[in-house]
Design a protein around this ligand. Structure first.
Ligand code: ASP
Length: 406
């Protein structure tokens, strides 16, 4: 009988093939071929994922809340999840700053010419107006703009209200659960295509951006990647072992498919369907994963926080600014907030970097110095972001299980 190759294996093969084809195209000077004929297939795949992301987040969260069937449990899972997210993100900032300062102190960061740097930053209206904007005035607008923070607020209110309405809301419960089953099927169809997405994107990135790795920003990239790796090994291995009683090896093996997928797609939101499969494989309870993962893909961005800290120190050094301890504390606070505000889509972390730079008085235009290689930073940070969400789902499952036993 023919044995079916598992999805993680297919993704791994696609990744390796993508690198090989990318390198061949790079050395043969065929970069355009990958841009014109391979990347579009990756784009089609990511478009498909984007088109299901709003219903996935909406129905997954409402379904998660309904399956918990108890507002108290929702509150308890919510608090544990948010605390886990905040603590790990703050640790990520510290790790990012430590590495950035080591590199900077050792004179490893290049000093780039800032004269021609150009970047048009998005306007930030301050903390309070950002907070207000999370609450939607028109839910159809939230859906059509894929404003995920608003979609989460809508899901929380609807889920909570259906629970509170009791028996009268039975029809609504059935509708949600029926819709969610359809969406799960849809997700599995789209996920089956993920090796194509991984292959085409990887070939394109290697062929078109390979040179950047050898260029002047190589050491800044290395610094960020060291931060990503240390955070994954230290924080997620520790969480898996200490809180979920799982060997780190088993954890990373289980999360592998989502990690590779995030690495190539550079979107936590698009990776959500794959993360759900991985979390289920690792033993996360369905209702908890259905709640934690969509929330995590929207607000939990440890990789983004590390990147923002490294980029801030680097751009400050280009500006000739030496950050004091007090300013580092500002970096930790603003990068934590900025990472929460970062949408789970490609490149969003760089847009939010402007918020951290603004808080420190570093010219936002300097982002122009790193914009060209953002995708390379983004691959690693998205991979870490998604791993953090999966780690949280198994930890919260364990914590809730212990509470139930008591
Ligand atoms: N691409 C990242 C994500 O989806 C966000 C970022 O750009 O940092 O998680």
């Amino acid at each position: 009988m023919k044995k079916k190759v598992s999805l993680p294996m297919q993704i791994l093969i696609a990744l390796v093939l993508g690198i090989v084809v990318g390198l061949i195209c790079y050395f043969a000077g065929l970069e355009d071929l990958t841009t014109n004929y391979l990347k579009p297939f990756g784009d089609i795949f990511v478009n498909l994922l984007k088109f299901i992301v709003v219903p996935v987040v909406l129905f997954s969260m409402i379904d998660g809340i309904l399956s918990m069937n108890d507002l108290k449990k929702v509150g308890s899972v919510g608090v544990k999840t948010v605390v886990y997210f905040m603590v790990t993100t703050a640790i990520a900032c510290v790790i990012g700053l430590v590495f950035a300062n080591i590199f900077n102190g050792a004179g490893l960061f290049p000093v780039l010419d800032t004269a021609g740097a150009e970047y048009e930053a998005k306007e930030f209206g301050g903390f309070m107006s950002t907070l207000v904007s999370i609450f939607p005035t028109n839910m159809w607008q939230s859906f059509s703009n894929a404003n995920m923070l608003q979609v989460i607020v809508i899901a929380l209110f609807f889920g909570g209200s259906i629970l509170a309405a009791g028996e009268k809301a039975n029809l609504c419960r059935d509708i949600v659960s029926s819709f969610y089953s359809v969406i799960e099927k849809l997700m599995s169809f789209v996920i089956a295509l993920s090796p194509i997405g991984v292959f085409t994107y990887m070939a394109w990135v290697v062929a078109t951006q390979g040179a950047a790795i050898l260029g002047s920003l190589a050491l800044v990239l290395l610094c960020a990647y060291l931060g990503y790796i240390v955070h994954a090994v230290a924080v997620y291995s520790f969480s898996a072992k200490a809180f979920a009683g799982m060997s780190p090896l088993k954890f990373f093996k289980g999360a592998f498919a989502a990690m590779i997928f995030a690495f190539t797609s550079t979107s936590s939101a698009a990776t959500l369907p794959v993360s759900k499969e991985c979390a289920a494989e690792l033993g996360a309870e369905d209702d908890i994963a259905a709640f934690v993962l969509p929330l995590g893909s929207t607000i939990n961005m440890d990789g983004t926080a590390i990147y923002q800290c490294v980029a801030t120190v680097f751009l400050a050094s280009c500006a000739g600014i030496h950050l004091t301890i007090g300013q580092m504390v500002i970096v930790v606070v603003t990068a934590t907030l900025a990472s929460i505000g970062t949408a789970g889509v490609s490149g969003a972390g760089m847009i939010m970097l402007a918020m951290v730079l603004e808080a420190l008085g570093i010219p936002v235009a300097y982002i122009g110095l790193i914009v060209a290689v953002d995708r390379l930073f983004d691959m690693g940070r998205t991979c870490l972001n998604v791993t953090g969400d999966i780690a949280c789902s198994i930890c919260v499952t364990k914590w809730e299980g212990k509470k139930a036993k008591k």
